[in-house]
Design a protein around this ligand. Structure first.
Ligand SMILES: NC(=O)c1ccc[n+]([C@@H]2O[C@H](COP(=O)([O-])OP(=O)(O)OC[C@H]3O[C@@H](n4cnc5c(N)ncnc54)[C@H](OP(=O)(O)O)[C@@H]3O)[C@@H](O)[C@H]2O)c1
Length: 247
């Protein structure tokens, strides 16, 4: 009975996109800090490996977020298996350099980073609004601060996420309930997603995860990972077009 009560009182989180990289390491940080965590991704074998490390603390749900109108169904199932939700972190994302602008590559990025993320965030927003409290976070990118010629649609999709979450944060504030919205903006993190040939200030996903946890505890509106990426973000914003266009 006592054990059951302990699990009932435990904080609950879902991380969408936790089969690898930042999401996976962040799930581990949450478990270390007493959370029960629902983790998702398409690669079910990887999700199972994570669950096997601590079967009582992880629940898994395998689905592809780019398939429309299914995300809410899977999230409803996961949240009822978890028995509640305090924190939803959206880490899923994709993006590839696309020199010759192949629309098939662009579409995959848009279906995932724009449509998929929107459906999930809408679901999370409504869940927390109805519940009267919660914390919704997304991993965007410093790449979303300006257009970028290396992965044009990836940068644009991250700009969409930044603006969309700003709108959600405004909307949450108006509700006057303890509902927080955080936009996490990494620079370079050493994962499969970091495909640039010009990487610098790269941090490990473990370091990123620990920093994200600290920022979420402080209920930050925007969190640069690592902190010094705030400098690059400001430079990117302030750089005049005539210089930016030559980079
Ligand atoms: N690494 C960096 O330098 C960096 C910098 C800035 C921002 N970010 C952002 O950080 C987030 C996490 O990326 P990461 O660096 O941790 O890379 P990662 O290891 O490749 O992780 C990406 C995660 O997204 C999931 N995912 C991708 N497409 C999906 C889909 N269609 N359906 C469901 N899940 C999907 C993957 O799971 P499955 O493949 O199993 O589905 C995986 O768990 C991304 O949004 C990325 O844009 C990364």
């Amino acid at each position: 009975m006592r054990i059951r009560l302990r699990y009932y009182n435990m904080k609950k989180a879902i991380i969408v996109g936790a089969s690898s990289g930042i999401g996976k390491e962040f799930a581990k940080v949450l478990v270390t800090n007493g959370y029960k965590v629902g983790i998702t991704g398409r690669r079910e074998d990887l999700l199972r490996e994570i669950k096997n490390e601590n079967p009582e603390r992880y629940l898994i749900k395998s689905f592809d977020i780019s398939i429309p109108f299914k995300n809410s169904v899977y999230l409803d199932e996961l949240v009822s298996e978890l028995g509640g939700l305090d924190l939803l972190v959206i880490s899923s994302g994709t993006g590839n350099p696309n020199e010759y602008l192949d629309f098939a590559i662009e579409k995959l990025t848009l279906d995932t980073n724009v449509y998929g993320i929107t459906e999930i965030a809408d679901w999370g927003f409504n869940y927390f609004r109805n519940q009267g409290h919660g914390h919704l976070a997304v991993i965007t990118s410093v790449a979303g601060m300006r257009g970028g010629r290396f992965a044009t649609v990836y940068a644009a999709s991250k700009a969409y996420q930044i603006n969309y979450f700003e709108g959600l944060r405004q909307k949450a504030k108006k509700l006057k309930i303890p509902f927080y919205v955080t936009d996490i903006r990494p620079g370079f993190v050493d994962t499969a997603m970091a495909k640039s040939d010009y990487k610098f200030w790269v941090c490990s996903p473990q370091v990123a995860a620990k920093q994200i946890y600290k920022k979420l505890l402080k209920k930050k509106k925007i969190a640069y990972i690592t902190n010094r990426w705030i400098l690059i973000a400001y430079i990117m914003k302030l750089l005049p077009k005539w210089i930016y266009d030559r980079i």
